[in-house]
Design a protein around this ligand. Structure first.
Ligand SMILES: Cc1ncc(COP(=O)(O)O)c(C=O)c1O
Length: 359
């Protein structure tokens, strides 16, 4: 893209176009980094939020960071490709092809991966031995979310005992995500229940340590619980992700972070009582609620699900061709639907960043 195009106003973009308000995102990133600057826990931002290495580089530059978290091998490869040296894949990596990619990464950076049963750890250990590399392992403990993870307490201890001596892997510690507590709107209730859940992981940590197994790290937490579980003694790493871009749903939970991500769309059809935008389910992640129109809370969206259309009711004086910014309820799935972020400052495009960690 030429310099002159880059200087353009967002209003000249073909739509739908995913926008990132650089100043708002920078403020979010620096707010989170400052929060952890003098605290024992440090950040390991979750790359799955935006999958954009340029944005990850800004998170790393802001400080208070031990490395990056990611959700899969492709994300880890993208991060490693731009020189990120310490990467945690907070999920299980299963299957010979993916494990081969994992051990290749271990030749280039320090890589850790979550496991919740012995077979996963053994497969990684075997592949790592062939390449003469070491992969760090974190045992994922299910602290109530009911997703992956071994049961806390004795089952986690049993697994740790079985994996500590595997060749070419190092048992580093525990992974525990309190995802079932993140979307509780009432802050005192969220605090109480998230603390309860993370305490289960902390107790498991103590159990392992009392049994003579070194637990170097307990990694977990989110953008909506960073001030809660991220401040508990025994938690070392905070895997917050969404704070960098935000979405309207998370903004309700942690209003101190600004919504930096929006979708620019065009009114393609209009009548007195409704307008239709040129973006639908193929461009907006809506798992946590209907999209919302930036600066127009009065606009109603009667339904969502059309692939390329968003119907709006109760509209202001819009005409065909007008540009409208839409806020998604889920930034992570929204970013995953787009090839690039148009980065702007007060509506002037200053850069275009590829969303290069997509599968
Ligand atoms: C393993 C893990 N850690 C942390 C997070 C928190 O990320 P966010 O701050 O975007 O909610 C998630 C979110 O899905 C996750 O799956």
């Amino acid at each position: 893209m030429s310099q002159s195009t880059v200087r353009n106003s967002i209003n000249n973009l073909d739509t739908p176009a995913l926008l990132l308000d650089l100043d708002a995102s920078d403020r979010n990133i620096s707010r989170m980094a400052s929060f952890f600057a003098d605290r024992p826990a440090k950040l390991r931002p979750h790359f799955k939020n935006h999958k954009c290495t340029k944005l990850a580089e800004r998170q790393l530059a802001a400080g208070s960071i031990v490395g990056m978290t990611c959700a899969n091998i492709t994300e880890a490869e993208s991060l490693c490709g731009v020189g990120v040296e310490n990467i945690l894949i907070a999920n299980q990596i299963v299957g010979s092809g993916k494990i081969e990619r994992l051990v290749c990464l271990a030749e280039q950076c320090k890589i850790a991966v979550a496991v919740d049963e012995l077979s996963q750890a053994k497969a990684i250990s075997n592949a790592a031995a062939h390449r003469n590399v070491t992969v760090d392992l974190l045992i994922e403990v299910d602290i109530g979310m009911g997703r992956c993870g071994v049961a806390p307490g004795e089952p986690a201890l049993d697994l740790a005992k079985q994996i500590v001596d595997l060749p070419c892997t190092t048992f580093r510690g525990l992974q525990a995500y309190e995802g079932h507590r993140v979307y509780i709107d009432d802050l005192p209730e969220r605090s109480q229940l998230a603390t309860q859940s993370m305490s289960i992981a902390i107790k498991t940590r103590t159990l392992l340590e009392d049994s003579g197994i070194r637990v170097g790290v307990l990694s977990g937490c989110s953008s909506a619980t960073y001030k809660i579980t991220g401040c508990l003694a025994g938690v070392d790493e905070v895997q917050a992700g969404t704070y960098a871009t935000m979405d309207w749903r998370y903004h309700e939970l942690v209003p101190e972070f600004e919504i930096a991500l929006s979708l620019l769309a065009t009114v393609i059809s209009c009548r007195s009582d409704q307008a239709v935008l040129d973006v639908g389910a193929k461009g907006i992640g809506a798992e946590f609620g209907l999209p919302r129109i930036k600066d127009h809370c009065e606009v109603e969206i009667p339904f969502f699900g059309a692939e390329e259309h968003l119907v709006l009711h109760n509209i202001p004086d819009w005409r065909v061709g007008d540009k409208v910014e839409v806020h998604a309820s889920h930034a992570c799935t929204t970013c995953n639907l787009h090839p690039q972020l148009f980065v702007h400052q007060e509506g002037r495009i200053v850069d275009v960043w590829p969303i290069d960690g997509r599968e």
